[in-house]
Design a protein around this ligand. Structure first.
Ligand SMILES: Nc1nc2c(c(=O)[nH]1)N[C@@H](CN(C=O)c1ccc(C(=O)N[C@@H](CCC(=O)O)C(=O)O)cc1)CN2
Length: 306
C-alpha cells in the first residue's frame, strides 16, 4: 500500500493546518490592535536538519501572519556574545518571541542560553523557570516537539488514562517533557535512555511508543507491540540510494507499519505539527506580554507597535 493511502499513517499536516488557521486569526486581531507578533530564531553553526526546521518556520509564520527573522551565528561564537545578543532581543519591544534552535555547539551551555531568554518571550517554555510549569500541569505553552508528539497520539482517539507509554530518549527538550505531558493526561510512562538495559523489552510492552534518539531506523518491527501507536520524532539527514539528501526517522517505518496500528511518517508526521505549535506558542507568549502591559499600564498595550 502506498504512503498516501495508508490509514495507519498519522500525519501532522491536517492538524497543523487547523492550528495555523486559528493562529492566523489571533495574529490578525493582535496586529490590528497594534501588537504584531514577531518571532526571532537563533541558529548557531550549520546543521542540515535545523535548516529544514527554520525554513519551515519561516514559511508557516508567513502563512500565519507572524513576523519571522533568523539570526545566524558562527559556530565559534562565545556563550557571552550569544547572551548579549539575546539580551538585546529581550529589550526590543518589537520582538515578541525568541527560539534557540538546537543543537548548539558543545562549548555553549544551552541552559545558560535558555536562561538568558526573557520568560515572557520564551516560546518553547525552556527557560528553567518555565519548564517547571508542565510539572505543575500548566500545559498551555510546552516545548514544541514534545507537544506535537502528544497531540498526534491524541489524534488516535486512544484513552490516555492508564495507557502504557514508553518514551525512548530522555532529552530535556523532547523525551522528558513528553513524559510530563503524558503523566498529566493520566498515562503510565516509562522513559528509556542510554543506560536502559533492554530498550526492546520495554518497547514491546508499549501501547504507545515515542522515539527521539537521533538514530536512523533504531526501532524495528520486533520491538513493537502489535496494534501499538508509534510516534517517530527522529529527524536524521542521510544520503539516499539516488545520491540525494533525505530525512529519515528513528523508526524503521516500512517494517514497523506492518505491526503498528498507527505510525507517524518522517517527513510529514511530527515535523509539520512542531512548527504549528511553535506558532501557537508564539501567540500564547504575545498574549501573556499583552496581559502584563494591561496590568501595568491600564488598557493601553500598543507599545510594541510604536
Ligand atoms: N529549539 C528547538 N530545537 C530543536 C527542536 C525543538 O523542538 N526545539 N526539535 C528538533 C527540530 N528539528 C530537527 O532538528 C526539526 C523539526 C521539524 C522539522 C520539520 O519541519 N520537518 C518537516 C518537514 C521536512 C522537510 O521539509 O523536508 C517534516 O518532518 O515533515 C525539521 C527538523 C531539533 N531542534
Amino acid at each position: 500500500m502506498s504512503r498516501s493511502d495508508d490509514s495507519r499513517y498519522l500525519r501532522g499536516g491536517p492538524v497543523a493546518q487547523r492550528i495555523i488557521a486559528a493562529v492566523r486569526e489571533d495574529a490578525t486581531i493582535a496586529t490590528a490592535e497594534g501588537f504584531p507578533p514577531k518571532l526571532v530564531s537563533i541558529t548557531v553553526g550549520d546543521i542540515a536538519a535545523v535548516d529544514v526546521y527554520v525554513r519551515n518556520q519561516r514559511a508557516k509564520a508567513e502563512l500565519a501572519g507572524i513576523g519571522f527573522e533568523e539570526r545566524r551565528f558562527a559556530a565559534d561564537i562565545t556563550a557571552g556574545e550569544l547572551e548579549a545578543a539575546i539580551h538585546g532581543l529581550n529589550a526590543d519591544p518589537r520582538v515578541t518571541g525568541i527560539i534557540i534552535q538546537r543543537p548548539v555547539p558543545a562549548h555553549i551551555p544551552i541552559k545558560t542560553l535558555q536562561a538568558a531568554v526573557h520568560p515572557l518571550k520564551d516560546v518553547e517554555g525552556m527557560h528553567p523557570a518555565s519548564i517547571g510549569n508542565i510539572v505543575y500541569n500548566q500545559l498551555d505553552l510546552a516545548p514544541c516537539t514534545a507537544a506535537a508528539s502528544v497531540e498526534l497520539l491524541k489524534e488516535t482517539g486512544l484513552d490516555l488514562k492508564g495507557l502504557e507509554v514508553v518514551v525512548v530518549g530522555h532529552s530535556e527538550i523532547v523525551g522528558k517533557p513528553i513524559a510530563f505531558l503524558l503523566m498529566s493526561e493520566g498515562a503510565t510512562v516509562t522513559v528509556c535512555h542510554h543506560m536502559t538495559r533492554s530498550v526492546a523489552a520495554h518497547a514491546r510492552r508499549a501501547d504507545a511508543l515515542f522515539v527521539a534518539v537521533g538514530k536512523p531506523r533504531l526501532i524495528k518491527a520486533d520491538m513493537v507491540k502489535p496494534g501499538a501507536c508509534v510516534i517517530d520524532i527522529g529527524i536524521n539527514a542521510e544520503i539516499g540510494p539516488d545520491g540525494e539528501s533525505r530525512i529519515v526517522g528513528d523508526v524503521d517505518t516500512e517494517s514497523v507499519k506492518e505491526v503498528a496500528s498507527w505510525i507517524t511518517p518522517v517527513p510529514g508526521g511530527v515535523g509539520p505539527l512542531t512548527v504549528a505549535i511553535l506558532l501557537r506558542n508564539t501567540m500564547v507568549a504575545l498574549n501573556r506580554q499583552r496581559a502584563l502591559y494591561r496590568a501595568t499600564f491600564g488598557v493601553a498595550d500598543t507599545l510594541a507597535a510604536e
